[in-house]
Design a protein. Structure first.
Ligand code: G3H
Ligand code: ZN
Length: 288
């Protein structure tokens, strides 16, 4: 099976983005992977520290292996928003394909130092590393009742991005361009700062750029961001909303039903619906 880098390069050349879809439960994985198989799309499964603590690092790797083999599909596993070298080392040792060190809340120097340490360890094992410069608001699952406003000082500064990429030698860079984790109650977030993305891209050249907080991002902005040079887009909140909403409804509508394989398929279908829309938007269908 070709490595994640091969598909990221393909995305860069052909002008599409690969979706990272987060999970913490097998029914979600069934929905995500089932749709990717149907659409013949390369795909990244993501687990944060919290998600992988619940699911298990080795368990996630074993599941990826089984699904890759069964469907002969490029399925990659990313440890998302790792906060320490130690945790990322565990994920690398378990067999993750990619890791993301999120040092965005640290002073730049410290972020660079730890990212370098991660890169040194990961690259020896053929694992791809994502770093982050600039800060994103809050966590996935947050529903904003008022308009979200990103602080100007949190946006990625092109010069810092260039320095970070040069010194750390990361493979991917997550940027802060008006994106945030969670979603506005309306379901549509404020527009991205595409001017900032253009400026970062102009400085950093061929490094793969990542858009976090993909839930609720206006679709035209996503399309434009891919044209400018985003190769990976992370989605979590929309999946969680679909999954939990459907599960809650299924159980409430049928209080007598206690058989998981009877009340879980609806939740799985709702995940498939989200993944279907995102793969369509990102243009990754048929790219295997
Ligand atoms: O790392 C995961 C994400 O950036 C997902 O963001 O929950 O807003 O979709 P989201
Ligand atoms: Zn994120």
């Amino acid at each position: 099976m070709k490595k994640a880098r091969y598909y990221l390069e393909k995305a860069q050349k052909e002008g599409f983005a690969i979706g990272q879809f987060n999970f913490s439960d097998f029914t979600q994985v069934k929905g995500i992977v089932g749709k990717a198989v149907e659409l013949k799309s390369p795909i990244i499964l993501g687990t944060s520290e919290g998600e992988s603590n619940f699911f298990g690092l080795e368990e996630a790797v074993a599941l990826r292996d089984v699904l890759r083999k069964k469907f002969n599909l490029p399925i990659f596993l990313n440890l998302d928003h790792g906060k320490s070298f130690e945790y990322l080392k565990q994920a690398i040792d378990a067999g993750y394909d990619m890791v993301h060190f999120d040092g965005s809340k640290l002073p730049l120097e410290e972020n660079i130092e730890i990212t370098k340490q991660v890169v040194k360890y990961a690259h020896k094992k053929g694992v791809t590393v994502e770093g982050e410069v600039g800060r994103l608001g809050t966590d996935s699952s947050t529903i904003y009742l008022e308009k979200f406003e990103i602080k100007e000082e949190y946006l990625t500064k092109p010069d810092e991005a260039l320095r970070f990429v040069k010194e750390t030698k990361v493979d991917l860079l997550a940027v802060s361009i008006g994106n945030f984790h969670g979603i506005e109650a309306s379901g549509i977030d404020p527009n991205l700062r595409l001017d900032v993305l253009r400026a970062v891209k102009a400085k950093t050249g061929n490094i793969f750029l990542v858009l976090h907080g993909g839930s609720g991002t206006p679709e035209d902005d996503i399309k434009e961001a891919i044209k400018i040079g985003i190769e990976k887009i992370n989605i979590n909140t929309e999946l969680r909303l679909a999954f939990s909403g459907n599960l809650r409804r299924a159980l409430n509508n049928n209080p007598e039903e206690i058989t998981p394989y009877k009340f879980l398929p609806d939740a799985q279908k709702s995940v498939e619906g989200v993944v279907n829309r995102k793969i369509g938007l990102f243009g990754s269908a048929g790219r295997v």
